[in-house]
Design a protein around this ligand. Structure first.
Ligand code: G3P
Ligand code: CA
Length: 290
């Protein structure tokens, strides 16, 4: 029903000198324009988070923006997984019983490739793997999707910013058209500053709710402030919007993790530019009056 409509309105040509800056909302900031919708860890209410089936499901539902989490294995492979431990979302305890606490950074890519990352979610997903970032980017490309990539726990992985950008470059994701489909975000301001310094043209998002007095400083390296929905108000969103980011455009706001209609309406009234959700269909229907 809404597949093409959403796809057609999720990238905005913004910025000066033809600079392509993506936001999940076309014409961000126009009164009455509903926020964009981003599938959190893929359509993670319906398929195991951060897996290829989760982004396939988002695409089937008609959503082009997906979010993920990137970490690094013991032997330096970038993989897509949320927790710093493999325990919650794989069968690592059965396969490697003596390796507690099963940290991602303590396992090789070959070991992680043996794990089942789908059965915990449901039997129909048995055999699903933890994707490498390379595999994941190829599927995002295949699905014509757009990516909100989170560098997760960067303090555990020195150098992960440069490595992530290298992989993105190798996969063709740092050319001009792809930069319009890519945002890199992190809870770490230091990590985000590194990303911005390495690739100034890239759109970045800070995860958190900086105090108002700090916003001017954040606006030097981040295009978006991405706060938890419970931490914001209409006044806060307006205040963020009053600043211009490193590309000369007003700072945007993508809020998380909103999974019900009532909260979606609330944050839409606040004026956020995008809503990050495990249930993109539910949020989209709420925002568009279905
Ligand atoms: O994209 C926002 C959200 O992913 C941040 O929290 O813990 O789900 O990575 P978390
Ligand atoms: Ca995340």
């Amino acid at each position: 029903m809404h597949a093409r409509a959403v796809a057609a309105t999720t990238t905005a040509l913004l910025g000066t000198a033809g600079l392509l800056i993506p936001t999940p909302q076309a014409r961000a900031g126009e009164v009455g324009e509903p926020p964009g919708v981003i599938a959190h860890r893929g359509a993670s209410a319906y398929a195991p988070e951060n897996t290829l089936p989760a982004i396939d499901k988002a695409a089937r539902l008609g959503f082009s923006w997906v979010e993920n989490d990137v970490q690094r294995t013991k032997d330096g492979e970038l993989v897509v997984i949320h927790d710093d431990s493999l325990r919650r979302t794989t069968n690592v305890e059965q396969v490697f019983p003596g390796r507690a606490p099963w940290k991602v950074k303590d396992f090789t890519a070959a070991e992680i490739a043996r794990l089942d990352a789908g059965s915990w979610f449901g039997p129909t997903f048995a055999g699903t793997r933890v994707p490498t970032l390379k595999e994941y980017m190829r599927r995002v490309e295949h699905n014509h999707e757009k990516l909100l990539l989170e560098i997760k726990n960067p303090e555990l992985y020195p150098g992960i910013e440069r490595e992530t950008l290298k992989l993105l470059s190798n996969e063709g994701w740092l050319d001009r058209p792809h930069l319009g489909r890519l945002i890199v975000q992190s809870f770490s301001a230091d990590s985000l500053r590194i990303v911005h310094d390495l690739k100034p043209a890239l759109t970045t998002g800070f995860l958190g709710t900086p105090s108002v007095v700090d916003l001017r400083r954040y606006a030097r390296f981040t295009d978006l402030i991405n706060p938890s929905y419970g931490s914001i108000s209409a006044t806060y969103v307006d205040t963020v919007h009053a600043f211009n980011g490193p590309h000369g455009r007003r700072l945007g706001v993508l809020t998380w993790t909103v999974n019900d209609a009532a909260t979606a309406w609330t944050v839409a009234r606040y004026g956020v530019d995008g809503v990050i959700t495990n249930r993109p269909d539910v949020v989209w229907a709420a925002l568009h009056g279905y």
